[in-house]
Design a protein around this ligand. Sequence first.
Ligand code: ADP
Length: 423
Amino acid sequence: MEQQTPWTAKLTAKLRRESFVLLVALAIAFIAVTAGMNGWGVLGLLAIMLLAIMCSSEPRPQVASVPPVSEVEEPAARSLLPEVSATLSALDIPVMVLAGDASVLFQNRAAEKAFGEVVIGAHISARLRSPGILDMVRETIVTNAPNQIEHSERLPSERVYIVRSSPVELGAVGGANHGASERLFVLSFRDISEVRRIDRMRSDFVANASHELRTPLASLRGFIETIQGPAKSDFKAQERFLGIMFDQTTRMSRLVDDLLSLSRLELKSHIAPDEKVDLVPLLGHVRDALLPLANDVGVDIQLHLPEGRAEVAGDRDELVQVFENLIENACKYGQEGKLVEVFLKNGPSGPVEVTIVDKGPGIPAEHVPRLTERFYRVNIEDSRSKKGTGLGLAIVKHILTRHRARLIVKSEVGKGTSFTVRF
Ligand code: ADP
């Protein structure tokens, strides 16, 4: 209900508005007094002027009138049917509904999470600044045809979206306050960041694998050409070259074996193994298998095993591969420490844990988080000279993921490294 303004307030407002006229009136009264008019005459004059002010018409229009904030016209209160907004809210992809003037009529929860809250009724540009998206929305509104663009956001995290704007058939979606003539548009955001990441990983992987195979292949080709040409009758050189060629083919077949292992593991990564494997004899077997290599590099492998059994649910061959890779790495990269120790913990209350400790040069902290990436090496030449493929720890990680086990790496430069497998 409209509130009545008291007459005193009206008078004060009016006097304030007409202060200039009032000043003139007072000046005239002053002149009249000095000119000899008596008190009653002056009072009468003032009374007439006051009456004139009170009866004057509404205030003169101001040159530039800015309405107070509270009087700014609210965006038209328009809304979608509750069933429609509830349905859109249940979608896990960000969706906004726009009116024909590109104002936002609705945004679902996923959009709110991705881009923050938007004032309903505000123009889309109040929330999304991308010129690409704004141009696309404009074009869809003008042409009434769907459009889509790729849009990336850097903050708060890098994301790539396929943003699509399309007109809505109002026959299908009517709004409580929408006339038949009003048009609606849907702006949807499909997050393709993960797809992009996997694409990039795949192409990096193919590039790395090709590179790893091309190097020994190029060297083989060179030696074959030399044997066929300049070294045709140099049997001593031929023998030396054949030795190198043998090493190169061994390296290639190791690489192909590792690649096949990885792809086999990927195929069954979601199936958890359920065989019962006792780690006590398994670690003994791995140590025996690695003794020739340990002797070659002058490393002593010591096992610290508990009494009794240490059983885990797993795949025996895969677990052999895990511990072979870790103990072999400790012998190869930590050979200057001369000692590799393997601790098996089977605490009845805690988890089963195997820790492999070497006293080698250690790994600088910045490399540790990336060690299990395919083809990642701290030092490529060092790895190659030690017959590494750069896939050993990636295979370990895959096998452990399938076994629901964790790999914990601790390393101190100059002191050594420990790899713990916690089941
Ligand atoms: P590679 O076939 O090169 O050995 P891995 O995936 O097994 O590949 O290991 C990746 C890299 O991690 C190695 O190239 C090496 O630089 C580093 N690394 C692994 N184990 C150790 C260790 N015990 N001490 C020092 N560096 C290690």
